[in-house]
Design a protein around this ligand. Sequence first.
Ligand code: OGA
Ligand code: MN
Length: 277
Amino acid sequence: MDGAGPIAGYQAITVTPYSPTIGAEIGNVDLTKPLSDNELSEIRRAFTDHLVLFFRGQELDFEDHARFGEYFGTLGQHVGVKTNSQTTNDPRVRKFHADGQTPRVSGNVWHTDQSCAPMPPMASILYLHTIPPNGGGDTGFASMYAAYDALSDNMKAYLEGLTALHDGTLQFGEGTPKAVHPIVVKHPESGRKLLYVNEAFTSHINEVSREESKAILEFLYEHQKRPEWSIRFRWQPHSIAFWDNRCAHHRAISDYLPNVRSGFRVQVEGTEAPVAP
Ligand code: OGA
Ligand code: MN
């Protein structure tokens, strides 16, 4: 990583921001062992402040991966039936693999994981052991706090009180859930407001005409992915990305096929539905 080193305020771990709005690399911690109380409380604080945490050089087995996830909540299953066929011998851990045979790379559009669920996952923890040898396969992350903050006061006032339908069938086909969520949401830990629509799952705004909904959502989707509040995470073998699915968008960039990109993923269940401020 370029730029400045770790920031002050942490004793047990090191926290090196990726950008002012989103992302931090966490050092001085070994995720193959149980965490101390101090490490865990500092990781929680960094997670709230930086939205997505990166770890390097962690050779996790399923037990390590699941133990790390379970510090933050109950591990859950993906809402997509097909996606859950990529199982492992540990029901908590899903395989995450793409190569030249993969018909459609997962997550290849800006999104929030499974916002079509009434209570979407709180977080996802992606661990990759195999990285494409000639580069590519970065993951984009974007701060929905920063995207919200940059809107005009008039637009903020317009959006507050509106709700949108998030439709799982747009990504995963029949049998996946649909849910209505507020467009402006308040994060349960930080108390900050954020924009909660995404182009993978949001089908329309409920309270306005379809024409108005389409124009407003197109504006928001372009706005949400502006480079001012997004980053590209460059993987190495045995890196981890742990994102707060309540306030960050992310997307896969499938520019590495037919090379292999492979690892495992757990998701931490949400404990409450997204709430309006
Ligand atoms: C995911 C996802 C992005 C990537 O695991 O939910 O969208 O870069 N991953 O693989
Ligand atoms: Mn995803």
